[in-house]
Design a protein. Structure first.
Length: 584
């Protein structure tokens, strides 16, 4: 499943009522006096946050704020992925994907959406933003399979950007996102403009020579990391070893979840942000699946070797993970976790995020967004876009980088959104709407379904051909459901028309008529026919002629490959003129 579906948050009121009841009935643990945070998150902080959650926090307001942005879901590698997709109005905008960490969510990036997509200064770079929820986090929902570590997530993000039609883009990460982003650059370095992270997890090898001549700043950073490891790393150990043991408490008690997640959310953060993140974990049931990310990462076996060659920029903040010239800590990369949110999103001016992108890299990215010369892509119109084959054709064409105009009688039935997908709603016999869909296209693909309300109606293909002639579009690929050879073969046109119309179903007779319209045209045409009459693996044929050529090369094609074959025909410029009767 590669469909991209619109998504809207609407938590049932009964779920909110249950949450409020649990907060009221919370059981509080005993606590030693005068120990501060030596034993963990102090009770007075958790009580204050719980009171705010129960008395002042407005979930519906946060829900409205999130729903103000375009949100979608898609299935990748067997898991549901939720994401925000905010496109800039600037024609030179650069696509970027932003990845959060734990215990954060997509809320980490809400404050920078406006300054990144619509900067006040025309000289500042603008960006198209893709902000996904990590697998098993938030509105992506609980993961259903094992193995969702940084490496698998990076592969999923590359696939997500591909589905959205972005061929070149930047990747930005915070916390876990700082581990995912560099892996994306290893997987698809030719697509990455650059990597921007808030942490670079590098550690000394143990060689004493690494500490020779170390600066006071680097030594102070190492002391800070050692303190963090000795005092604040219990969460990482437990997540990495026994996440399910902890999950029972987190899934049953909102106060328990609040106390556990708040350990990494400093007191400088406002209550609205802290509770908003915790509430998302609670209401989506992802408290357990999110912490499994640590276990999967700690037990990963398939790890890409070697560093990435893609440029990496680092936004390093005081109190966060400090990268040193000789390495930063003996702690493993899987165990590293440091708070960047305190400094990161309190920066209302988001441009410092991108200072580390060299100017020539950004200029190159803008140029590639404005030019499609390096991509072998076409602009195509698909009629019958909601038929069985038509849907696959649209998805496959988008995946391969083509611009698609989908023509349909009902725009909602297309069922997906994409940066390179345009939907034209209209009737195939309406001259204006058909011409609007065809105009400016390099090719037209027609998928004739078996119903009698769409393109298959008598005259539908003829209307499309006439629009192509008026607009100068010459390439036509038409898929029917017949596998009986062309009308000049064993069955003549009249016999086929009568036989299919009377003995089988009227739609088949219409298919015969549509093929006649195609053959009689002066277009560069291809007719593709999956068979409806063979047992076992369904096969079919195609015929090509140019112009008005009665001859063609006929090949058997597996039914499952019809859509792929139609897309391949887009760039096939070889005109096939074979003797009649040749087949493979």
């Amino acid at each position: 499943m590669t469909a991209i579906k619109p998504f809207r948050i609407d938590v049932p009121q009964a779920q909110l009522d249950d949450l409020a009841d649990r907060l009221r009935r919370a059981l509080w643990p005993s606590e030693l006096p005068g120990v501060g945070d030596a034993y963990g998150v102090p009770g007075d902080r958790v009580r204050a946050l719980a009171e705010y959650w129960a008395q002042r926090f407005d979930w519906r307001a946060l829900e409205t704020r999130l729903n103000a942005y375009p949100q979608f879901t898609t299935e990748i590698d067997g898991e549901d992925i939720h994401f925000l997709h905010i496109e800039s109005a600037r024609p030179d905008a650069v696509p970027v994907i932003l990845t959060h960490g734990w215990p954060g969510t997509v809320l980490e990036f809400l404050d920078v959406i406006a300054p990144l997509t619509a900067p006040e200064s025309a000289d500042a770079p603008a960006f198209h933003l893709v902000i996904p929820s990590l697998p098993g986090f938030g509105f992506s929902g609980p993961t259903r399979r094992t193995g969702w570590n940084r490496y698998r997530t990076a592969k999923a993000w590359v696939e997500l950007m591909n589905r959205l039609g972005y061929q070149r883009y930047g990747t930005i990460g915070n916390d876990a996102g700082s581990m995912v982003a560099p892996e994306m650059a290893k997987i698809a370095p030719d697509r990455m403009i650059g990597v921007h992270v808030t942490q670079l997890y590098s550690f000394p090898s143990g060689d004493p020579a690494e500490f020779e001549g170390i600066s006071h700043e680097d030594m102070a950073a190492l002391h800070h990391l050692q303190w963090f490891h000795d005092n604040k790393m219990a969460f990482n150990t437990l997540h990495s070893q026994q996440p399910q043991t902890l999950a029972y408490a987190l899934a049953d008690s909102p106060v328990g979840l609040l106390g556990w997640n708040a350990q990494l959310m400093g007191e400088s953060l406002d209550e609205e942000f802290v509770i908003g993140n915790v509430a998302i974990y609670w209401l989506t049931g992802t408290a357990a699946s999110s912490i499994r990310f640590y276990y999967e990462d700690a037990h990963a076996t398939d790890q890409p070797a070697g560093p990435t060659t893609v440029p990496i920029g680092l936004a390093m903040f005081k109190g966060d993970f400090q990268v040193t010239s000789g390495g930063s800590s003996p702690v493993s990369a899987e165990a590293a976790h440091f708070l960047a949110r305190d400094s990161l999103l309190c920066h209302r001016d988001s441009r410092p995020w991108f200072v580390s992108f060299p100017a020539d890299v950004l200029d190159s990215a803008k140029a590639q967004q404005l030019s499609n010369k390096e991509m072998d892509t076409m602009k195509i119109a698909v009629f019958g876009a909601t038929s069985t084959v038509g849907r696959v054709v649209v998805e496959q064409a988008l995946q391969e980088g083509h611009e698609v105009t989908a023509f349909t009688r009902n725009a909602a039935s297309v069922g997906q959104r994409h940066a390179r997908l345009r939907v034209v709603e209209g009737d195939v016999l309406d001259t204006n709407s058909v011409q609007r869909a065809v105009e400016g296209r390099d090719a037209v693909l027609i998928s004739l379904g078996n119903g009698r309300k769409g393109v298959v109606r008598a005259g539908g293909t003829k209307a499309i051909i006439e629009a192509m002639n008026r607009t100068g579009v010459k390439r036509l690929i038409c898929q029917t459901t017949l596998g009986v050879g062309d009308s000049k073969g064993n069955l003549n046109f009249l016999w086929k028309y009568v036989m299919f119309g009377l003995l089988l179903r009227p739609a088949y007779a219409d298919h015969v008529l549509q093929e006649e319209y195609v053959r009689a045209s002066d277009l560069d045409w291809t007719i593709v026919r999956p068979s409806a009459f063979t047992d076992g693996p369904r096969t079919g044929s195609y015929q090509r002629g140019f112009p008005a050529d009665e001859r063609g090369l006929t090949l058997k094609i597996a039914r499952a490959d019809i859509a792929d074959f139609m897309i391949e025909q887009l760039t096939d410029t070889t005109y096939l003129h074979q003797a009649p009767g040749i087949s493979n």
